[in-house]
Design a binder for this molecule. Structure first.
Ligand SMILES: [Zn+2]
Length: 138
């Protein structure tokens, strides 16, 4: 199986755990400046900023799917929830068969981002998490 199919499989698996979701491009004014995406819990909608590059779009979609899966958080917990969602997203987007790394697994954030079609921030976080867990990567 190619890497592309593996990473697509991760998203499809995530989708399979959500009873209903509408994924669409955000209309003008629906996102705050700088926001790449958003989750509307009441309507089960995920909004993506128009014009995202493919890696950022994939990462943002996975991030918002994780938000939807976890549900809304309590007021005041937003920061901790965001950190948890970012960590889960990074772990989901890096396929388990490639982790811990094999000989040809990239060990830099840029290399991981390219291999797994994710944005560099998610790759950096995934690497940090893996280093914390395994303590021997790169
Ligand atoms: Zn978020």
């Amino acid at each position: 199986m190619t890497t592309h199919l593996v990473v697509l499989g991760q998203l499809v698996e995530l989708l399979g755990r959500i009873p209903q979701v509408i994924i669409r491009v955000a209309r003008p004014g629906e996102l705050l400046p700088g926001e790449l995406g958003a989750t509307l819990f009441l309507t089960h909608e995920i909004l993506l900023r128009p014009g995202l590059d493919p890696r950022t779009a994939r990462t943002t979609l996975a991030h918002e799917l994780v938000h939807l899966l976890r549900g809304p958080c309590f007021e005041g917990d937003e920061h901790a929830e965001e950190q948890a969602v970012r960590a889960l997203t990074a772990q989901i987007l890096l396929p388990p068969p490639g982790w811990p790394p094999t000989v040809d697994t990239p060990t830099t954030a840029a290399g991981l981002a390219e291999r797994y079609l994710i944005d560099t921030d998610a790759a950096t976080l995934a690497l940090e998490l893996a280093r914390g867990r395994h303590g021997e990567v790169a």
